[in-house]
Design a protein around this ligand. Structure first.
Ligand code: 6YU
Length: 527
């Protein structure tokens, strides 16, 4: 699908065209042109390999006709909206994306301020929110604030188990529900208030499902949960879309470095595919593309999403990956979080609010929900109000899990009609005009992503993330150089699921190669 001008600037090379890889020097092929891939390419282009002696030719093979991967800004309403990554989580000095964005002057003054960077709180708490109920009322802000505070303290407590020798239960969901059940005991004298608080807590569960990118918090492992590092700073956005960062990163790369529409089919490593060129250079890796082109490389950095790896690892590597890596790929979770953007002629909300929560009064985290088909829309946590000056009257609905996947099969008009009914119910206004435009993501059906981002699922831990990140062969001997390296958000142990994690992982693998040449090249021209 072409998308909004952010496309390849040059025709893709055919099987006979020379392409960068055929020029002299070490050939590094990077599979995937998202933040990890572009980050690795930039690092290699800037710093090269080894102490300046080893020339390097980098080629990025990108399956789609655009760069950026899960960073994808598109026109909608008055401005650009982000289909994937939207916020810099923890915009402060330790955040690589924030640093890069600051260097290129891509953020506004508020985001750049020292005060913004110093805030240690969960930025959620700083949003000005209003809670609409399914009976068309607005909840007393004091009640909703007290519930948010309670949930936030439980989340804080849940992270303490990371360093503990044992954990009380296996999942974050079970832990939270046990704590909430105790609170409910204390609230039981006022049944109405108790139910309202439980309904409010259920919204917090939905928000947390979106943050983790999971269907249910029961799937999120409790023990490793605290290993994810939340950086300080109030989450901020890019005034010209997250894509502005990708554009800046691309400017400093050699022009012909990215080949678009080049889905890779298989990575033949360990000399598994014999061609004359491979035999001549004993340890080459051969990258086979879906169009039949075979590209030789000295090293390949794989940055495809974990969702893609889960589905294709058996055929994507020849020989297959070591069993330990396969197990870790299977164990780490990769969920779906989808967005629905709605543009309205006129706002039905007050301008001071950033977030409109939808509170279904009959819901509670202590009870399971019913049928997906008839209740999928209940998983929507509410609406994020996009700044009017940049976007016009645009609301963003977010939902995660099976419901988000189910929504992908519906038509735009089915989703629009359904959300119009929901909004009418929650505002108590049966004649509220429907949105004039809708735009949605379908990250699960996207064949080059197959979901949104990773999380540590029950049964997995940070060790699995490290195992996925390990290069191949696992124990490189002197005579057997690094062949396949792994980057991407799901390979970052403490920043997984984020753009800064993805960017750092690309840098990490470029540095790994550089270090490798620093230590192994002297006196051995074959390496
Ligand atoms: C962030 C945010 N954010 C919302 C939604 C999504 C994500 N993230 P890429 O996929 O980018 O690149 C791989 C490329 O490979 C790609 O271009 C493919 O086309 C290509 N490819 C695939 N197969 C190929 C093949 N066979 N051959 C060749 N090429 C191939 N992150 O920082 N802020 O607000 C959000 C959000 C809906 C989908 C996000 C956010 C995640 C980031 O988008 C994502 O991590 C990076 O872009 C990935 O870059 P990459 O290079 O690795 O892969 C405690 C605790 C909990 C932990 N979670 C807390 C943080 C929560 C994350 N927040 C998310 C929220 C939103 C809204």
């Amino acid at each position: 699908m072409m998308d909004d001008g952010d496309v390849a600037e040059r025709p893709r090379p055919g099987p006979d065209s020379p392409g960068p890889a055929s020029r002299p020097g070490r050939r590094v092929v990077i599979v995937g042109g998202g933040l990890a891939g572009l980050g690795a390419a930039r690092r290699l282009a800037e710093r090269g390999l080894g102490p300046g002696r080893v020339p390097v030719r980098v080629r990025v093979l990108e399956a789609r006709e655009r760069r950026g991967g899960r960073v994808w800004s598109r026109p909608f309403g008055k401005g650009l909206i982000d289909m994937g990554a939207q916020w810099i989580h923890g915009p402060s000095k330790q955040n690589a994306v924030f640093q890069l964005a600051s260097q290129h002057h891509l953020l506004d003054e508020a985001a750049m301020s020292e005060e913004n960077q110093a805030v240690e709180l969960n930025a959620q708490l700083l949003a000005m929110s209003v809670c609409f109920t399914s009976s068309g009322k607005i909840i007393d802000p004091e009640v909703s604030a007290s519930v948010e505070e309670l949930f936030s303290s439980l989340m804080f407590k849940s992270k303490e188990y990371f360093q503990a020798a044992t954990e009380p239960v296996r999942s974050l969901g079970e832990f939270l529900k046990n704590e909430i059940a105790q609170c409910a005991e204390e609230w039981k004298n006022d049944a109405e208030m108790c139910n309202l608080k439980l309904a409010l807590l259920n919204v917090e569960f939905k928000i947390e499902c979106c943050i983790c990118g999971t269907h249910s918090l029961d799937l999120v492992a409790l023990h490793p949960f605290g290993e994810y590092i939340s950086l300080p700073g109030i989450d901020c956005t890019f005034p010209s879309g997250f894509k502005s960062l990708i554009d800046e990163m691309t400017k400093s790369l050699p022009k012909d470095i990215v080949s678009f529409n080049m889905p890779v089919k298989c990575i033949h490593w360990n000399g598994s595919l014999k061609t004359p060129e491979a035999l001549e250079r004993a340890h080459s890796v051969l990258v086979e593309c879906e169009n039949g082109e075979i590209i030789p490389a000295d090293h390949v950095i794989v940055t495809v999403p974990l969702g893609f790896l889960k589905e294709h690892h058996k055929t994507f590597f020849d020989p297959q990956l070591p069993i330990s890596k396969i197990k870790s790929i299977e164990k780490i979770g990769f969920g779906t979080s989808n967005k629905i953007f709605l543009e309205f002629e006129e706002p039905f909300w007050e301008p001071q609010y950033d977030l409109i929560k939808l509170v279904w009064e009959d819901e509670s985290p202590l009870n399971e929900r019913a049928d997906l088909q008839t209740t999928w829309f209940r998983k929507i946590l509410g609406f994020i109000v996009l700044p009017a000056a940049r976007h016009g009257h645009v609301l963003l609905a977010v939902l995660a899990g099976q419901e988000a996947i189910f929504m992908e099969q519906l038509s735009d008009s089915e989703v629009k009609d359904c959300l119009t009914q929901v909004i009418r119910q929650f505002t108590g206004n049966p004649s509220l005009p429907p949105p004039k435009n809708i735009l949605r993501t379908k990250w699960h059906s996207d064949r080059f992503t197959k979901g949104s981002y990773s999380y540590t699922e029950v049964g997995s831990s940070g060790d699995d993330i490290d195992i996925i990140a390990q290069p191949l062969p696992s124990e490189p001997a002197k005579a057997q150089p690094l062949q396949v390296l792994f980057a991407g958000e799901a390979t970052h142990r403490t920043f997984y699921s984020t753009t800064h994690g993805a960017l750092e992982s690309g840098w990490r693998e470029a540095d790994r190669l550089r270090d490798y040449y620093l230590h192994h090249t002297s006196g051995n021209p074959k390496l």
